[in-house]
Design a protein around this ligand. Structure first.
Ligand code: GBH
Length: 435
């Protein structure tokens, strides 16, 4: 194996955002209603009763925001396309003005020499599809593939890398099992069909995208590696159950064509589905924030594990443990687990929230530790082709509203003024100096 002394010159240094979290303009130009618009309007769902009607007003300020990415020296921009802008009902008629917005955005990226990396689904499902069962309904997978084809027919000539889904685990767990995200259902293990239907949607969309001329396709999975609370066999078994349910469930079908042992039957999986899901992808997107401590649960608990602290780890502003080496270990585990079936990886999200301050040394420390972890994994032979900081801008942090600040760039939500933080200058210098 040739050691990677430094990052290759074609390494995709980037930043990431998502449509619902930054665009605002939720009622403009024919956009339909998404599950998150609905969720924000239900009392008690989102901290402070916040909604994303304005957010960062990126829908009107996109050109200024692309200038910020260009000034960073970044090479790629991962953004997401709002399905309700393109197909307000989630099916059928296309809203030309919605598609035009992304056409302008992609042209704006090309004119600045930036690679376009759109995500087709970053959680803002058209509400009419949710009314028909959302991801519990198998039909949503086919609707997703139709929508993917519509977008690709328009944009494929200018897109560097397509990401089908963002973090199907989070949609299953937070959206349908625990109910802290839209659509707010508390189905617990009854939510497992939403994992399968999302993966099926990914597989069907992969075929549709290739037919429409897509060059490279991937998916962005969240990985929350389990660290057993002790070496006791029951804690080790609990950590394995956690990994199977929340990590490998979303990767084994893609790369092995089979589910890991989830301890339950999956009657919603039909013959042929796994052959659809295992369709080759060009990139595995890894979103990584933190590991989690896992211990055995009492017999009366609904799940076979409970989440605990990671001992000794400092915490971000949201209380998430900072453990860069867990990213290095994760990348090595992916290579060991999937071997030759593992496609090249991109770190499609990495970042942290702290307070509002512009002098954000803790973010610099977080990012530099995680970049070093990626470099160490590459030196150990893992093929990693890109790293995207979450996020370019402070934005709507889902159920947490506008409290957490993830941006390299501070946003004043009164004036919409953007102010780069110290971490922005640090990242710009890193990109300029790498390899
Ligand atoms: C991503 O999700 C999303 O893609 C993005 O939209 C979002 O804004 C960003 O991250 C920041 O949240 O409580 O210690 O057990 C992140 C998925 C899964 C990461 C749960 C943190 C819990 C850590 N998250 N995980 S802990």
């Amino acid at each position: 194996m040739t050691p990677v002394k430094a990052f290759p010159s074609n390494f995709q240094w980037g930043v990431a955002t998502s449509a619902f979290q930054i665009e605002g303009a939720t009622g403009s130009d024919g956009r339909g209603v998404s599950t998150w618009d609905t969720f924000c309007r239900e009392p008690g769902r989102v901290h402070g009763g916040a909604n994303a009607d304005v957010a960062c007003d990126h829908y009107h300020r996109w050109s200024e925001d692309l200038d910020l990415i260009a000034s960073l020296g970044a090479r790629a921009y991962r953004f997401s396309i709002a399905w309700p802008r393109v197909q307000p009902s989630g099916t059928g008629a296309v809203n030309a003005k919605g598609l035009d917005f992304y056409d302008r955005l992609v042209d704006g990226l090309a004119s600045r020499g930036l690679a376009a990396v759109p995500t087709l689904f970053h959680w803002d499902l058209p509400q009419p599809l949710e009314d028909a069962g959302g991801w519990m309904n198998r039909d949503t997978a086919a609707r997703f593939a139709d929508y993917a084809a519509i977008v690709a027919e328009r944009l494929a000539d200018r897109v560097s890398l397509w990401i089908t889904l963002n973090e199907p685990m989070v949609v299953m767990a937070y959206g349908y099992a625990f109910g802290t995200h839209a659509p707010g259902l508390t189905l617990m293990l009854g939510a497992l069909p939403t994992a399968h239907h999302q993966l099926l949607g990914h597989g069907l969309a992969t075929t549709a995208l290739r037919t429409a001329g897509a060059r490279r396709i991937g998916i962005a999975n969240n990985y929350t590696p389990a660290q057993a609370a002790s070496d006791r066999p029951e804690d080790l078994a609990a950590a394995e159950a956690f990994d199977n349910l929340l990590n490998w469930q979303f990767t084994d079908p893609l790369l092995r064509g089979a589910y890991p042992d989830l301890g339950v039957d999956l009657p919603h999986v039909r013959d042929g589905d796994l052959a659809t899901i295992v369709a080759p992808i060009d990139v595995l997107g890894v979103n990584y924030y933190s590991p989690v401590g896992v211990a055995a649960a009492g017999a009366e608990e609904p799940l076979p594990f409970t989440m605990t602290e990671v001992p000794g780890a400092p915490l971000t502003g949201m209380g998430w443990p900072v453990v860069p080496d867990a990213l290095r270990r994760l990348l090595l585990t992916l290579r060991t687990r999937y071997g030759a079936a593992l496609p090249p990886i991109q770190i499609t999200e990495s970042g942290c929230s702290y307070d509002e301050s512009l002098d954000d040394q803790p973010r610099i420390d977080y990012l530099s530790g995680h970049v070093d972890a990626v470099r160490a994994a590459m030196e150990a032979g893992v093929d990693v082709g890109g790293y995207y900081v979450w996020s370019l801008l402070d934005n709507f942090e889902w159920a947490e509203g506008y409290g957490p600040r993830f941006g390299l760039v501070h946003v004043d939500y009164e004036t919409q003024r953007r102010t780069p933080r110290a971490s922005y200058a640090w990242y710009r210098d890193l990109i300029a100096e790498a390899p």
